[in-house]
Design a protein around this ligand. Structure first.
Ligand code: PLP
Length: 416
């Protein structure tokens, strides 16, 4: 059997050497949802990427916190190749082994035998499923947080507390009440016996990597429980080891009576780059969906699930939870130790961090970093987000720390 390489397929030549030509083709063939691409990438390996002109980059953003094992990880390549050459898709009238094994593994990691998994293809779909699940409680009121991000489909957007991206698409599915993030008293006032669910991120990633204050999630658990409302934790960005534990809520829950949420939503890191999302429901929430209530053609696809199994296996085998804590600490320490006047702090946990800037120069800084060979994300005007692969090495973290002062100098000078 001859397997065509990507370069051999129609439309893919020339594969390299012509960033400008690719950018022109992009602009005249794709909808303008993301603005002009800053680079066209042709190859990746570990935490490194190469663009169409042959330039090398250190990837400190991992495709928006997705490539947990970096690029072209042998375990994912092997798992996906083996699965695709055996069985690529059957649809959800039937089951496959990778789907079942991945669901079992996730239940194991959550630590609740009564949990059940619904697979989909993205974060927004995972939250969409959670939203629909909440309607089956017989209640329709939802509580969400200001500044929170849950996705772009209409249901997930209705739960998203960012006015600018909601307003053009109103009216959105209702009754969603927004409360200030981290404010327990406001939560107490908003949740009542008519509330179906409270949805919250343990760290608000898209807002700028804003962690919930200690105790907030535990209070949310107690309040929702008291009113018979579901607690939905959106761990799309924070889950699968990104902050140094399998799920971000786990350390706080373990310290406060080992509580569990009713629903956890996942995507991003779960597939290590293949599209997969999951809605995990526990206890009574796990029984809310019955046949016909919800569905998807591709969700639970065996190739994506094989990738998920490879990601979870590698995280455990290679101690990547510890690595996230260690390398995250090294990045944080290195950035703070430079004591640069342009930096006012570092937020986040593990390998989900934001460099807090004194001035609103995050975009300029990210562009300068890109030109210097580092991919970082200007998540808001005053914060640069780092969400590198969990395999990032100490030497790679140090490479960025060594380059940062010079990048910051330019923008301190300019902004003063
Ligand atoms: N929830 C959170 C917390 C996210 O950070 C994101 C994406 O950034 C989403 C949901 C939506 O995920 P997706 O882009 O895969 O639909």
């Amino acid at each position: 059997m001859t397997i065509a390489t990507a370069e051999a397929l129609p439309g893919l030549q020339p594969h390299s050497g012509l960033s400008k030509a690719w950018t022109d083709r992009y602009t005249s063939s794709l909808m303008n949802t993301f603005g002009p691409p800053k680079r066209v990438f042709v190859r990746g390996e570990g935490a490194q990427l190469w663009d169409a002109d042959g330039n090398r980059y250190l990837d400190l953003f991992a495709g928006i916190a997705v490539n947990a094992l970096g690029h072209a990880h042998p375990l994912i390549v092997q798992a996906v190749t083996a699965q695709l050459t055996t069985l690529g898709h059957v649809g959800n009238f039937f089951a496959t082994a990778p789907q079942i094994a991945l669901a079992e593994r996730l239940i194991d990691l959550v630590g609740a035998d009564d949990a059940r998994v619904y697979f989909c293809n993205s974060g927004t779909e995972a939250n969409e499923a959670a939203f629909k699940l909440s309607r089956l409680t017989g209640r329709t009121k939802l509580v969400s947080t200001e500044g929170g991000f849950h996705g772009r489909t209409l249901g997930a957007l209705a739960l998203t507390g960012k006015r600018a991206i909601r307003e053009p698409f109103e009216p959105l599915p209702g009754e969603v009440v927004f409360v200030p993030y981290g404010d327990t008293a406001a939560l107490e006032a908003a949740i009542d016996d008519q509330t179906a669910a409270f949805i919250v991120e343990p760290i608000q990633g898209e807002r700028g990597v804003e962690p919930a204050p200690p105790g907030y999630l535990t209070a949310a658990r107690a309040i929702t429980e008291r009113h018979g409302a579901l607690l939905i934790l959106d761990e799309v960005q924070t889950g699968i080891g990104r902050t140094g534990t399998w799920f971000r809520y786990q350390p706080e829950a373990a310290q406060n009576g080992a509580w569990q949420p009713d629903v956890i939503t996942l995507a991003k890191g779960l597939g290590g780059g293949l599209p997969i999302g999951a809605t995990i429901a526990l206890g009574r929430a796990a029984a809310l969906f019955s046949p016909g209530a919800h569905g998807t053609t591709f969700g639970g696809n065996p190739v994506a699930c094989a990738a998920g199994l490879a990601v979870l296996y590698a995280i455990e085998r290679d101690n990547l939870l510890d690595n996230a804590v260690r390398i995250g600490g090294r990045l944080r320490g290195g950035i703070l130790d430079m004591d640069h006047s342009a930096v006012t702090g570092v937020r986040g946990a593990g390998l989900l961090l934001a460099i807090e800037l004194a001035d609103p120069v995050a975009s300029e800084l990210a562009d300068a970093a890109l030109n210097a060979g580092f991919i970082v994300n200007p998540v808001n005007p005053q914060s640069v987000r780092l969400a590198p692969p969990l395999i990032l090495t100490a030497a790679q973290a140090d490479e960025f720390i060594a380059a940062l002062p010079k990048l910051l100098d330019v923008h301190t000078t300019r902004s003063k």
